[in-house]
Write a protein that binds this ligand. Structure first.
Ligand code: WT7
Length: 678
């Protein structure tokens, strides 16, 4: 593999000093689900992989597995082979006996005057069954079929996912903020005949037209020769069509109407092999198109249920709010599958955290009695900037808080701890990725002290290692960063990249593979693609991506995707994207473009390029600035030197530029950056 660290995000990572420890309050420790430090002995390498039975036993199985971990087709790990299980049954049916009338989902609409909905486990059961029946009967969906969802943050999204899981249909939810085109790409890649969406939803106080994106997605897929047969449309307000787009006869189905014929229908959950795929989640990777990460049923569900219980400390009586979007893996694992597997009450909030003001999350927490809160550094920074004193005004109490998705600055961490958490909550900083299913590094909240800016040690049963470029292990406390890898498989790890097993091996396992063709898991460290350092106490600090992926507000965006979006503008000849540090979002893309001969730079053109990125991908990919340059810094072989552009964008020294074919452009770029003042 080519050395890519010179373009890295990790390079612009802040160099924080070692921080002191904070201890969870005794009141938290005494009630915590995991207080027994022996867990690390039980999950030590000698007991691997059988230790994971403890996780799987949190679930109800139709049939136990014969083999805990099958490595015969390494690195395509197979967990709990021979086991039979259903995810929908585990998240719904099995709770009816004890928790029938307990709230499963609190739905908080963005408009504050709209009432919060409380959906009990019984109601969830009814609605999941009816939807499963519709998917089977109206759409003819069968085990193993894929369905693309492009839904906002509404309970119908969880209902749809669980309905798919009930009948063995693989769901692929695409973040609602993604464009119709981005959705189409995922429809085609996954081979979905059915698209499920909602007519509209509120964001920032205005009704968004989501149905329009479905029309675009279907048209775009058609232009690639791919036919979507049905578009199922939930109505945000049942009985009312909230999108200006008309229904397409024969293709569009209004779900609220169609579901009426399924009233009271019950669908037996399918007894799925533990290894059956549960869902696909697309994420950006180093090259080309987004990758559909394929997650399993048994291993995944066991891993998210256990980490929800032991790291999130969810008890059935807790009110748990993860403010992420279900369109990302965090929402799948820690809004839907993990919490519901534990019979928790999970909050789904439709809108922006700062709408209509920065007090909103704290009012929601107060009204619902939320005691476990989960969000990202980006949201924390935004809430802190918009309302540093807001949390004090509300009478809520968190026992536990999570941060996820990007490194959190110690100063931001302290505001989270002291002001949001009122110094009475345990915080976990959880490091993991779309590919991983669930947390990899975090403190166990009742067992380890917290350290601002550090994710903490590895979870039980996870054995990380930091390698240098040559594959030497960097010992703890060496004060040197390297590539963090996980030595062993774990039940939550994704099974493959949908339709591209070679890329799966190449990208995640080839880098430090010890013996080609080996069937021993010890030969296949999982390469995460993050830079990290481990301090003497064993805590890991994650520095950021080392590949050409930018982590914007906790979400991975492929630089290649952004560059190809820019290239859809006819005047653009070349495009290069680099990450720059951003006060709120952690990182944002800066976009450099060179124009075709004859094209004239203008503000209007910059706008058009920026617009192309938002329509091709999503507003979250919008560049901080579009720089139209006369010439890109290039190597003699003609490769654009992104490292130089990144240095210019960050106001850093570009280092040795003597090997460039055109070293003189560096001075011009600097001058441009200085006069522009972003
Ligand atoms: C990348 C994964 C994890 C689900 C949400 C994002 C970065 C994630 C942390 C953390 C520092 C973190 C890494 C990782 N990241 N959590 N606690 N501290 N960095 O999932 O889109 O797959 O992104 O997010 O760089 O590789 P994702």
């Amino acid at each position: 593999m080519e050395k890519q660290t010179d373009l890295s995000e990790a390079e612009i990572a802040v160099h924080w000093q070692e921080e002191g420890y904070y201890h969870a309050p005794v009141s938290f420790v005494v009630q915590a689900n995991l207080r027994d430090a022996d867990v690390f002995k039980r999950f030590s390498p000698e007991n691997f992989p059988e230790c994971y039975k403890e996780y799987a036993d949190l679930l109800s199985w139709y049939k136990y597995w014969d083999k805990t971990l099958d490595t015969s087709n390494a690195p395509f790990w197979r967990w709990f082979v021979g086991g039979k299980i259903n995810a929908s049954y585990n998240c719904v049916d099995r709770h009816l006996e004890k928790h029938r009338n307990k709230t499963a989902i609190h739905f908080v609409p963005e408009l504050e005057q709209e009432r919060i909905q409380h959906i009990t486990y019984q109601e969830l059961y009814v609605r999941v069954n009816e939807m499963a029946a519709l998917l089977r009967n109206l759409c003819g969906l069968e085990v193993g079929n894929r369905v693309t969802l492009h839904m906002p943050m509404v309970p119908e999204l969880a209902i749809t996912m669980l309905a798919c899981a009930r009948i063995g249909v693989i769901h692929s939810q695409v973040f609602s903020g993604f464009s119709g085109k981005a959705c189409a790409e995922r429809i085609v890649d996954s081979g979905s005949r059915v698209l499920i969406t909602m007519d509209g939803y509120y964001r920032g106080g205005t009704m968004q037209d989501q149905k329009e994106k479905a029309d675009i997605a279907v048209a775009e897929a058609a232009s690639q020769g791919y036919a979507v047969e049905k578009v199922l449309i939930w109505q945000r307000y049942p009985g009312k069509h909230s999108s200006p787009q008309p229904l397409v006869q024969g293709r569009d189905v209004v779900l609220n109407e169609a579901l009426k014929s399924y009233r009271g229908t019950r669908i037996e959950p399918m007894q799925m092999p533990a290894e059956a795929p549960l869902f696909l989640m697309y994420t950006s990777g180093t090259t080309g198109t987004p990758k559909g990460c394929q997650h399993s049923t048994g291993g995944y569900l066991a891993y998210v249920a256990a980490t929800s219980k032991f790291i999130q400390d969810i008890h059935p009586e807790d009110v748990y709010w993860c403010m992420a979007d279900i369109g990302w893996i965090t929402g799948h694992s820690y809004i839907v599958y993990g919490p519901l597997a534990l019979a928790a009450s999970s909050v789904i909030y439709e809108g922006l955290p700062t709408y209509p003001d920065a007090g909103r999350p704290w009012r929601i927490a107060e009204e619902l009695g939320v005691n476990i809160f989960h969000t990202s550094p980006t949201a924390i920074r935004a809430l802190r900037r918009a309302g540093p004193d807001e949390p004090k005004k509300y009478n809520y109490h968190f026992k536990h808080m999570t941060t996820v998705g990007e490194p959190i600055e110690p100063e931001v961490w302290r505001w989270y701890y002291e002001t949001v958490g009122k110094s009475e909550a345990a915080i976990v900083d959880t490091w993991w990725q779309t590919e991983n299913g669930g947390f990899l590094c975090s403190t166990v909240p009742a067992l380890h002290p917290m350290k601002p800016g550090s994710a903490g040690p590895a979870l039980p049963g996870i054995y990380p290692v930091i390698y240098d470029e040559d594959g030497n292990e960097i010992p703890r406390g060496a004060n040197k960063a390297g590539n963090i890898c996980i030595r062993n498989p774990w039940p939550g790890i994704f099974q493959t990249i949908w339709g591209d097993p070679e890329r799966f091996v190449r990208q995640y396992y080839a880098r430090y593979n010890k013996r080609e063709g080996s069937k021993d898991w010890r030969d296949w460290p999982y390469f995460a693609g993050d830079g990290a350092v481990q301090s003497a106490d064993g805590y890991y600090r994650i520095l950021g991506r080392i590949d050409d992926v930018i982590n914007v507000a906790g979400h991975r965006l492929g630089t290649k995707e952004i560059e190809s979006a820019a290239l859809t503008v006819p005047e653009v000849a070349e495009a290069a994207v680099v990450p720059v540090a951003d006060e709120i979002k952690g990182r944002v893309p800066d976009l450099y473009v060179a124009l075709k001969p004859g094209a004239k730079p203008s503000h209007e053109l910059e706008e058009r390029i920026s617009k192309a990125v938002t329509t091709e991908i999503s507003p979250i990919a919008r560049p901080r600035k579009v720089w139209i340059v006369a010439d890109m810094p290039k190597t003699r072989s003609g490769k654009i030197m992104r490292r130089v552009l990144a240095a210019v964008s960050s106001g850093k020294d570009a280092g040795d530029v003597s090997t460039l074919a055109n070293p003189e452009v560096v001075a011009d770029l600097r001058k441009m950056a200085e006069t522009a003042k972003v």
